[in-house]
Design a protein around this ligand. Structure first.
Ligand code: PAP
Length: 342
């Protein structure tokens, strides 16, 4: 429960922030939707079966209305904090490797954060009521989204669309830990205190941006089983396990397999190195620059480890989330490595 008592002035700031930049129609829609307290904004709204913030809902509706997919589009879909930045870097480097020399000091990944090279539909492309012309962008176009599969623009997902989607998620224990640490940094003060217990409780109920994450993962999982040529399903743990194998698979999936000559010249290894936690997090742009929603890029690189949740969650928390995962993922074939706190 939120124990912070808001002053009159703070209440005004809250109200102004909530619908600032939101059209009348969208506001009307928001008012009709179920809502819960937000992690980073005043409220999260239940829109198309997932929880989301007002500004993003408006942008998502706009993307669903206006985005025209092209067969050559490269789409990266992700659960927040599951390795989006890493996957964006890898996919960009793999697909543009004939255009941008991997050894060049001018490689875009050395000068730009991956989020600026592969923009989110909901945070960037259609943000702030923009409806940009995208048809004249160089091919292939790169876009990203955090929305569940069923809420992607229909021109992407319809049967006769050949654009490809690579998806990444992560063990929900680590996703929670990553989000919790990130949120502590960016949560506005006027929203008041937010305890670990409260955040965890909301997470377990699915009340988090783009959550519930089990539904998010299952949506893409089922689609990847049905149409493996259309949706490639990855876990953060797969990339950590053997990034070279995954780089090759991503190349093949997008129709850019590595030639024997490239293999011999170590191109796969070069890409993995360029996109590694160490390389990216050492860059000036990722230490002092900003990208999505004006947040510091530095905050996108914390530890980059598997299993860091053990330093955060109590035994009871592990049991509760473990049960939820078992129940939700049961029978789907989607699994994460066994979790135990002992
Ligand atoms: P986003 O949703 O804000 O874009 P996202 O990139 O999906 O975040 O996830 C951030 C996590 O990926 C962080 O995990 P952590 O909190 O457990 O440390 C971050 O450290 C990790 N990460 C970022 N870049 C890399 C990378 N190149 N290699 C491995 N992990 C990375």
């Amino acid at each position: 429960m939120d124990t912070h008592n808001f002053s009159k002035e703070e209440e005004t700031i809250k109200e102004e922030n909530e619908f600032n930049g939101i059209t009348k129609e969208c506001k009307q829609l928001l008012i009709s939707l179920p809502k819960v307290k937000g992690w980073r904004t005043q409220n999260l709204y239940l829109f198309q079966s997932f929880w989301c913030q007002p500004k993003e809902i408006q942008a998502i509706i706009s993307s669903q209305t206006h985005f025209e997919a092209q067969d050559s589009d490269v789409i990266i879909a992700t659960v927040p904090k599951s390795g989006t930045t890493w996957l964006k870097a890898l996919v960009f480097a793999i697909i543009s490797r004939h255009r941008f020399d991997l050894n060049s000091k001018d490689h875009p990944l050395l000068r730009s954060n991956p989020h600026d090279l592969v923009p989110f539909l909901e945070y960037k492309v259609y943000a702030n009521q923009q409806i940009p012309t995208l048809s004249n962008l160089d091919s292939p176009r790169f876009f990203a989204s955090h929305v569940p599969y069923h809420s992607l623009p229909k021109t992407m997902t319809k049967n006769n669309s050949n654009c490809k989607i690579v998806y990444i998620c992560r063990n929900p224990f680590d996703t929670f830990a990553s989000i919790w640490h990130f949120m502590k940094k960016i949560r506005p003060k006027y929203l008041g205190p937010f305890s670990l217990e409260e955040a965890f409780d909301m997470y377990c109920k699915g009340e988090i941006g783009y959550g519930p994450y089990w539904d998010h993962m299952l949506g893409y999982w089922k689609e990847s089983l049905k149409s493996p040529e259309k949706v490639m399903f990855l876990k953060y743990e797969d990339l950590k396990g053997d990034v070279l194998v995954q780089v090759r698979k991503i190349g093949e999936f997008f129709g850019h397999p590595f030639s024997p000559e490239e293999e011999e010249n170590g191109v796969v290894e070069e890409i993995a190195k360029l996109c590694s936690f160490k390389s990216l997090s050492d860059l000036e742009i990722n230490n002092n620059g900003k990208s999505i929603l004006d947040f510091d890029n530095k905050g996108l690189f914390r530890k980059g480890e598997v299993g860091d949740w053990v330093n955060l969650l109590s035994k009871e928390m592990v049991e509760r989330l473990g049960k939820i995962m078992e129940e939700k993922l049961h029978g789907s074939g989607l699994e994460f490595p066994h979790v135990s706190i002992d």
